[in-house]
Ligand binder design. Structure first.
Ligand SMILES: [Zn+2]
Ligand SMILES: [Zn+2]
Length: 284
């Protein structure tokens, strides 16, 4: 059943640039190099219509960025940039949504009710460990995928019921860290779990992101790639964002055009922008 808040559907047709980047990190993240202003300048030069900052908001002790985001300073920097550039500047966050972090995350939202436009939910920590090469080296491909998707399924359930976040970041992240060891993720690698998550997301109004960072490295494909996007659409998924996952200004907007082509190929007639965590569909 379509959630009631999703029914406020509004399509914007033919309003100039449809290049949106909904996954941009700045120096408010532990692993990024460019300021809010530098990213806005880069986005304007590349003809983007909107940029949504999604600095890391992490609570897991396993994540080195945990507790780093200063909400007041972040809000101030993004607010200052909004209106100072020839594009729409939005406030978002990439929330680390491993199971152990759910209570702290929901408590943070209550304590700091920032006017977020968009929240991306990403699993970076599995079974209390950061997903990285040592994590992968101690698990089989099957065990690593199973554990990762268990975390993701739990997160999407809370997103659907309590709006923990609006869209899933880099659905098949594991393949980014082990492109040679595990190879690209395909539905058949973990079909039951992946299908369950895609169905939960589609039914619960939770979106997927086309994360273009994989196009900039040896992986050579987006996270997720066409097969998953097409299946999400077949299952009724409607909320789809596009993000570069840039950690420096020169990557802002990278791959966004290619992602639009991929979205069309997967059967989407629109991508989603957000205001105050409400979706707005932009025809593509
Ligand atoms: Zn991430
Ligand atoms: Zn990111």
């Amino acid at each position: 059943m379509t959630p009631r808040w999703l029914c406020r559907r509004m399509a914007i047709v033919g309003v100039g640039s449809i290049l949106l980047d909904y996954h941009v990190h700045t120096t408010f993240s532990i692993d990024a190099l460019s300021s809010v202003t530098e990213c806005c300048v880069a986005a304007t030069e590349r003809g983007l219509a909107e940029i949504c900052f999604t600095d890391h908001l992490d609570f897991s002790p396993a994540d080195p960025g945990s507790g780093r985001l200063d909400p007041e300073r972040y809000l101030e920097a993004v607010s200052r940039a909004s209106g100072a550039h020839r594009l729409t500047v939005l406030l978002g966050a990439e929330v680390g949504v491993d199971r152990a972090s759910h209570p702290a995350c929901l408590a943070f939202m209550k304590k700091h009710p920032l006017p977020f436009d968009f929240l991306l939910g990403s699993v970076h920590v599995v079974e209390g460990h950061l997903i990285d090469l040592p994590f992968l080296a101690t698990r089989t491909r099957e065990a690593a995928y199973r554990a990762y998707f268990e975390e993701l399924e739990a997160a999407v359930r809370v997103a659907a019921s309590e709006r923990l976040f609006d869209a899933v970041g880099h659905f098949d992240l594991i393949k980014r860290y082990a492109p040679t060891g595990f190879g690209p993720f395909r539905l058949d690698d973990c079909r039951d779990q992946a299908e369950t998550i895609l169905r939960l997301a589609a039914d619960g109004g939770v979106g997927l992101e086309i994360n273009t960072s994989g196009l900039r490295g040896p992986l050579g494909e987006t996270l997720p790639a066409l097969e998953i996007l097409r299946r999400f659409r077949e299952l009724g998924g409607e909320v789809l964002t596009i993000g570069s996952d840039s950690h420096r200004a020169k990557s802002v907007g990278a791959g966004v055009s290619e992602a639009l082509d991929l979205a069309r190929e997967a059967g989407f007639g629109a991508i989603t922008s957000f205001r105050g965590r409400h979706p707005i569909w932009v025809s593509i």
